[in-house]
Design a protein around this ligand. Structure first.
Ligand code: SAM
Length: 224
């Protein structure tokens, strides 16, 4: 019997949830949510009423054992994050590892995650790729960018709109102005936009306006 279900939720468009995800949310004893307000809104939209408890980066270390004990007693839990797949730049890893160590069964439903549509629509090679998540803001950033300059696979990054231009400037410095890239903003939402070109072109495009919304950056790997 499965103790913990990892349930991906929409990254914008509320219709992007699977029938199975809704079934699991309805049948779990407890839903662990990164933000109970955000998930409460989704559950209400689908008329699901279940106990919700918060499980986020700031309390996961403290509460994980409590939930493991309850699952050991037979409770079935579902883990959701604010958007997309838990564990992907979101809480998940810690409780999944703890379940496996305790011999509890974990299932992860397939579903939305922002980097897959960004990668696939970028037109850059998607047979092999590396997901880098958020770059470190300060410590380790330059070392990582230096190492990534040698990477031959397509690279994927999550980025905040406030840092996009600065990061594109650094990519241009480290990877070269002619390197191909694609930036996707607000995927599945009303103002979805994808701009693809050389790093120089992408930088010029986003320098020209105020950047808003959620962003995935995709950068071609090195070719020689
Ligand atoms: N768990 C999520 C997933 O599976 O993609 C990622 C969570 S992470 C905290 C949030 C970041 O994901 C955002 O800053 C942005 O980089 C990316 N993201 C999430 N939703 C997005 C969307 N609709 N369009 C573009 N990027 C998105």
């Amino acid at each position: 019997k499965t103790s913990l279900f990892i349930v991906p939720t929409p990254i914008g468009n509320l219709a992007d949830i699977t029938l199975r995800a809704l079934d699991i949310l309805k049948s779990s004893d407890l839903i662990l949510a990164e933000d109970t307000r955000t998930s409460g809104f989704l559950l209400k939209h689908y008329s699901i009423s279940k106990p919700l408890q918060s499980f986020h980066n700031f309390n996961e270390h403290k509460v994980v054992n409590h939930y493991i004990e309850r699952m050991e007693k037979g409770e079935v839990m579902a883990l959701v994050s604010d958007a997309g797949t838990p564990g992907i730049s979101d809480p998940g890893f810690l409780i999944i590892r703890a379940c496996l160590q305790a011999g509890l069964k974990v299932e992860c439903l397939p579903g939305p995650t922002a980097f897959v549509p960004a990668l696939v629509k970028s037109g850059l090679p998607c047979d092999r790729f590396v997901f880098e998540g958020f770059l470190p803001v300060k410590k380790g950033r330059q070392t990582l960018l230096t190492a990534l300059a040698q990477e031959e696979r397509t690279m994927i990054f999550y980025e905040s709109p406030y840092r996009l231009v600065k990061t594109l400037e650094q990519f241009k410095t480290y990877f070269g102005a002619e390197r191909k890239a694609s930036v996707s903003r607000e995927l599945t939402k009303m103002f979805e936009e994808t701009f693809t070109g050389t790093l120089e072109e992408v930088l010029t495009h986003f320098q020209a306006k105020e950047v808003k919304g959620e962003i995935v950056m995709v950068v071609a790997g090195r070719e020689d």
